[in-house]
Design a protein around this ligand. Sequence first.
Ligand SMILES: Nc1ncnc2c1ncn2[C@@H]1O[C@H](COP(=O)(O)OP(=O)(O)OP(=O)(O)O)[C@@H](O)[C@H]1O
Ligand SMILES: [Mn+2]
Length: 523
Amino acid sequence: LVSLSIHHQPCDPSRWPQTHILRELAHTNSTSAGTSGPTYITHGGDSSLKDDSKEAKDSVRALSDALSSVKRGKNASVNTTADHTESVESGLSKLEALFDHPLYNMPGPPVHEDDWLLRVKSKVKASEKSSQMWVSASREAYEDAHWNGNVDRHPPWLRFHLGISRRQLYPHRDPNMELLTQQLATHRIVSAVQKPGGTQLKLVMSFPNYGQAMFKPMKQERDEETNYNLYYFSDFERHNAEIAAFHLDRILGYRRVPPVVGRLVDVVKEIKDITTDHKLARTFFTSPVGNVCFYGQCSYYCSTEHAVCARPTNLEASLAVMLPDLSLAARRSWRSPWRRSYSRSKLANWESQPSYCSTVKKTVPYNEGTTLVDFIDMVILDFLMSNMDRHHYETFEKFGNHTFLLHLDNGRAFGRHSKDEPSILAPLEQCCRIRRSTWLRLRLLSLPQYRLSDVMRASLSQDPLHSVAPLLSEPHLAALNRRLETVLETVSRCQERHSGDRGADEVIYDDTAYLKDLVISAG
Ligand SMILES: Nc1ncnc2c1ncn2[C@@H]1O[C@H](COP(=O)(O)OP(=O)(O)OP(=O)(O)O)[C@@H](O)[C@H]1O
Ligand SMILES: [Mn+2]
């Protein structure tokens, strides 16, 4: 038996037990981009394309029917004038129907071994066995972990890590999701330390089964609109925006935001009393009305004036599942070509050059593969939730330029509902390019029977904090529908503009083309 020391630097989450465990289980080469590990994978859950299977052919047929009905706008006439607030129950059945729709169940391209971020050693030599068993040094805090290649015994956070692929963070209808989010919401917090870096206060929390989450506290009321005189870069982060972004990203069919749940945390029992982070502990105080507050240490907004206050010890927060540690799965950070100037007086290049996109299209990594349309996917998410703060985005290094973009850090979304921010859509407007599958799902979400606000309301009602108050107020939900119309109008304008040349093909990037061959071969 190896006795695991959990003594660690409070501000260095990378030294945490999770990393050691994964390093043992998931035999990855820490810095390698794409080099294959020594053993095999035991993954499940994702529907990959098997050319011969009847199932694939059936789902392709269903999809092709669905495509033509979306194209004809067959259902668009149903009940368009109906009022826009619906019961959560009817929204839930809409959400079910949406997720059952063939557009969400397309067989993907085949998943190869190299398409998984991490791999499991399924056979362990006797000589290596000892390192598979971890016994916590502080027994009352952490559970003993005896995990091996047997997937059934893995905790949900580990299944989540092992399910990350080149294409997405988790599969559609992920059987692991319920337990994963339930544990985030309820498991005992055994450690809470500040996450260094970034501009605002964040904590890394750990659970008895070595799972970890990133914690962002509630800083403003849900119905408070961001002050109009505040520049976007001075805006606070919102815990409900992190939660809502996860739901919206999943509803759009992307699955590029790590799962997030809301949780009421007792800041005394679950943070102050247990933290080993003395710098954090020292910033706790009791406000004049008897609420417990703290502010931590960070480059901005970490002062008594910007303290986070509980009521009197209960604080709403968002908890996001941590991605695999960087030492196991390195990530690359990319500057957005359409990043804002982060200055009150300067314009960015994209704001003054009308042909900016043609330059970007010639630049790595946007000059080949799907990065440009992936970027446009992200822009659409950001416009819908009015997030102006996407200065960078990250990808997993292992997958090179042929992978999805991570949609991390959504805390500045959903700040204003009464105003849209057309400049967020500039990349779509300037490049006139969108994935067919995205465009079709957006059109689906504009139909009354799947209306975006209704499925979002329903999806958010499943979050634990919904019982305290709805996570997005009705005006925010209504803004989603309005913005969705704007996105679809922008695509239509692009198609008109390009109707002279190759028409729609110029605008719509056909990522469903491979399915057509299948439809033909399916007869
Ligand atoms: N779920 C996650 N798992 C692991 N790392 C994460 C996760 N979410 C965010 N991070 C990492 O933590 C860093 C800081 O997070 P985030 O951007 O949300 O905080 P922030 O305070 O808004 O930072 P900034 O002020 O730089 O925008 C990110 O750059 C990202 O690499
Ligand atoms: Mn940020």
